[in-house]
Design a protein around this ligand. Structure first.
Ligand code: PAF
Length: 333
C-alpha cells in the first residue's frame, strides 16, 4: 500500500498534538524533544536526510535532543507545517519550495522553469551567495533556514495521454504545488493547473478529479505514483529545491554549540539527500517502467518548444524578480 502523504489524523489536531507532546523547553540539562514533519515516507530522500540530521545532532549533543518523525504528511500539508514552525508547535522540517514563496517571496526565483541546466548548476547556486542570501531572509519570517536540500528535476505524470509537445498538455487537469511561479507556467502552456496540498493528491488522482501531477523521480518512486498514473514524461521542466528549517523558538533557546550541531547535521543531511537524488535519477526510471509506467523523454528540441510557449510567463517572472539576479543565476557555472 502507498503510505506516502496519507495523514491519519486531521492536520490541525495532529499539529496541536505534536506541539503538546513534543515541544519542550530547552536547557543545557534537559532532554529536548523535536517533532520533525516530513511530506515523504521514511524510505524517501526526505527520510534519509531526516535520519542523518538526527544521527549527527544526537552524536554531537550526547543525545540531549530526541526526535520523533511525522513522515508521510502526518502533520498535514507543507504550508500547515511551516505555519506550525512559526507558532512553535513543530520544531523541524524539510519542505519543498512549494509554498515557501508565500513566506519569503524571493525564494520563488528558483521555481522558474528551465532555469537550471543540471543538478550541479542548481547546487552551486544554492550553496553560493545567491542561495545563502535567500536562506538568511527566513529570519524575518520567524523561521530558521539552515540549508538547501533537493528533490531533483520535476517531471509530469498523467492518465490522459503521452506528452511530447505543449499541445499535449492543453486542458490537462494537472495538480501543481501552491506555487504562483509554477501555476503561471502551466497556465501559459494551456494546461488547467490545479494547485493542491500534497496530502490530497493521491486520492484526487484515484478519483480522477485531476489527470496528473508533476514531481521529481524521488517523489514519483517513493510515493509509488505508478499505482495511480499511466504516463511519465521526463520533462525536467523545473528544478525542485527543498529546505531544512527549524523553529525560531527552538533555535533561540539553544546554546551556540547546539546550534552548531544542528547546522552540521543539516549539512550532512543535504549530502545524504543529494546522494539519494543522484541515485534515483539514474535508477528510478527503470523501476517505474518495471512498475508499468509508459515513459517518454522530451528531446532538446521538444523542451525548446515548451520554453517558447512559456514566453508570457517569463515576462511575468521578469516583473517579479530582478532580471539581473536571473541572469546571474544562469551565468553561474
Ligand atoms: O509536490 C509537492 O507538493 C512536493 O514536491 C512534495 C511531494 C510534498 C514533497 O515535498
Amino acid at each position: 500500500m502507498n503510505m506516502f502523504a496519507r495523514s491519519t489524523a486531521p492536520a490541525a489536531l495532529a499539529l496541536a498534538l505534536a506541539g503538546l507532546v513534543w515541544a519542550a523547553p530547552a536547557s543545557a540539562q534537559q532532554e529536548v524533544k523535536i517533532g520533525y514533519a516530513l511530506a515523504a515516507a521514511p524510505d524517501s530522500h526526505y527520510g534519509v536526510a531526516a535520519e542523518k540530521w538526527q544521527e549527527v545532532v544526537e552524536a554531537e549533543t550526547d543525545g540531549r535532543y530526541s526526535f520523533r518523525h511525522f513522515p508521510s504528511s502526518g502533520l498535514g500539508g507543507e504550508r500547515e507545517v511551516i505555519e506550525g514552525l512559526q507558532l512553535g508547535t513543530v520544531e523541524a522540517t524539510i519542505v519543498s519550495s512549494g509554498t515557501l514563496s508565500n513566506f519569503v517571496p524571493e525564494t520563488g526565483v528558483f521555481d522558474i522553469p528551465f532555469l537550471f541546466r543540471d543538478l550541479a548548476h542548481a547546487r552551486n547556486v544554492l550553496d553560493g551567495p545567491i542561495g545563502q542570501d535567500i536562506l538568511a531572509k527566513f529570519d524575518d519570517a520567524g523561521l530558521v533556514a539552515l540549508a538547501w536540500g533537493e528533490q531533483g528535476f520535476r517531471h509530469i505524470t498523467n492518465n490522459r495521454n503521452p506528452i511530447a509537445s505543449p499541445e499535449d498538455v492543453q486542458g490537462l487537469k494537472l495538480r501543481t504545488m501552491e506555487n504562483p511561479i509554477h501555476i503561471a507556467a502551466f497556465e501559459a502552456l494551456g494546461a488547467a493547473p490545479t494547485p493542491m496540498a500534497w496530502p490530497e493528491v493521491i486520492s484526487a488522482l484515484q478519483q480522477g478529479t485531476i489527470d496528473g501531477q508533476e514531481n521529481p523521480l524521488s517523489v514519483i518512486t517513493s510515493a509509488k505514483l505508478s499505482e495511480v498514473q499511466e504516463y511519465l514524461t521526463l520533462s525536467g521542466h523545473v528544478y525542485s529545491p527543498a529546505m531544512l528549517l527549524v523553529s525560531k523558538q527552538l533555535w533561540e533557546q539553544m546554546t551556540p554549540e547546539d546550534q552548531e550541531a544542528f547546522r552540521k547535521g543539516a549539512t550532512e543531511a543535504v549530502s545524504a539527500m543529494r546522494g539519494f537524488v543522484d541515485n534515483v535519477e539514474s535508477a528510478g526510471v527503470t523501476k517505474l517502467k518495471e512498475a508499468g509506467m509508459k515513459v517518454g523523454e522530451l528531446s532538446a528540441e521538444q523542451k525548446a518548444a515548451f520554453q517558447e510557449q512559456l514566453a508570457s510567463a517569463y515576462e511575468q517572472y521578469y516583473q517579479t524578480y530582478d532580471k539581473e539576479l536571473i541572469d546571474q543565476i544562469i551565468a553561474t557555472k
